[in-house]
Write a protein that binds this ligand. Structure first.
Ligand SMILES: *Cc1c(COP(=O)(O)O)cnc(C)c1O
Length: 382
């Protein structure tokens, strides 16, 4: 049997048709499809502006640059996340600061954010871990009280909701960042977007993703219709129209994708209810998770069994993963930046007990039930 991965894209004939149409057109790089994809992202989330870019990582970096995060600034993010959530601060010369997680949702703990504030703190980057929205009420209150920028790392959370607003609406933040990597809610191959309601940030973002070049708001006199200016040091982080066409087509199916993920989570929840070995993910009141991941966590007395069970699951055909090693425990953060283990105890405890099970819309009922059977078998007798 082919191994069942923890995440996988769902590409249909409609997606393929949309991409082929672009391949036969005049525009392969950023063109009309990119603008239409941005419009569709705004319509879906309710945000005023969207800027699509070449990856979620590029989106995070540009969001930090648009917020003018500078050397010596501190940026607080979660200890349990993908490295890109913290690396974006480093790319601005700023220092990432890690706040611990809430043991239940595995999201950044607002109480620990408050403990880690200093007079150098400039921004907060909460991560909606596994698609479960963070406590945005508290996070936006802390930001207002301390005059901080909030950039949501919503790489897991396209399609999730927090108190009647969709993640990406930026109702509780300055900007929100999506990723369209194949394991995420929808895919464009590689790709990402920054959402915002702030025109100033929007103008900077579109300039920065295109080398810092603009034809508007000129510094010097315009000498002809060719004239353009490079006003900031930017990048080529444009999304191609090939990717954008795929994104438009995928976005139409997002609600069906999220329903499928939620149905699988529900099957797992019920199959594993009351088991003595591990806890399943929680979903709090007034939020709707997009279930990007389904991380189970071994109970305290089975902590020592994680490695054995993980390898057993792999041998039995499940492409399980661990999301994530606390970012500050990575060699670069320890050896080059001087971070030490022990910094975020709840994050380290979670990390030592977590295993992500397969969850994605393309899983068949047979595969879903195979996952349940294999997990039960792997734990049996431990
Ligand atoms: C996937 C991911 C990113 C980066 O997105 P890419 O599109 O892969 O660059 C950033 N943050 C989190 C939490 C992610 O899961």
């Amino acid at each position: 049997m082919k191994s069942i991965p923890y995440g996988h894209q769902s590409i249909g004939v409609d997606d393929i048709k949309a991409v082929v149409k672009v391949l036969k057109s005049d525009w392969l790089t950023q063109g009309p499809a990119a603008g239409l994809f941005e419009d569709a992202l705004c319509a879906y989330t309710g945000a005023r502006f969207a800027v699509c870019v070449s990856s979620g990582t590029a989106a995070l970096q540009l969001a930090c640059m648009a917020a003018e995060i500078k050397p010596k600034d501190e940026v607080i993010t979660s200890a349990i996340t993908f490295a890109a959530s913290a690396n974006c601060a480093l790319h601005c010369g700023a220092r990432p600061v890690f706040a611990d997680i809430q043991p239940g949702t595995v999201n950044i703990d607002p109480l620990d954010i408050e403990k880690k504030l200093t007079k150098m703190t400039r921004a907060l980057i909460p991560v909606h871990f596994a698609g479960h929205p963070c406590d945005m009420d508290e996070i936006s209150r802390i930001a207002k009280d301390n005059d901080l920028i909030v950039i949501e790392d919503a790489a897991h959370a396209l399609g999730a909701e927090y108190k009647n607003s969709r993640i990406g609406s930026c109702r509780y933040s300055d900007m929100a960042v999506f990723s369209f990597h194949p394991v995420k809610s929808i895919t464009t191959g590689e790709g990402g977007a920054v959402m915002t309601n702030n025109k100033r940030f929007y103008d900077r973002l579109i300039m920065l993703k295109n080398h810092g070049i603009t034809k508007k708001g000129l510094v010097y006199e315009r000498r002809g219709s060719w004239y353009h200016e490079m006003q900031r040091l930017g990048f080529n982080y444009r999304m191609t129209d090939i990717q954008a066409a795929l994104g438009i087509s995928q976005l139409k199916k997002l609600d069906a994708f999220i329903s499928a993920r939620r149905r699988i989570a529900d099957i797992y929840d019920r199959a594993f209810e009351g088991n003595p070995y591990f806890d399943v993910p929680v979903e709090k009141e007034r939020v709707r998770s997009s279930y990007h991941l389904y991380p189970i966590r071994l109970k305290e007395k089975f902590r020592g069994k994680r490695r054995r069970v993980f390898e057993k699951l792999k041998d039995m055909g499940l492409g399980v993963q661990v999301h994530y090693i606390p970012v500050y425990m990575q060699p670069y953060y320890r050896k080059d930046l001087g971070f030490k283990t022990g910094l975020c105890p709840a994050a380290e405890s979670y990390y030592s007990r977590a295993i992500s099970l397969p969850i994605y819309p393309a899983l068949t009922d047979r595969q879903i039930h195979a996952v349940v059977r294999i997990v039960k078998e792997a734990f049996n007798g431990e």
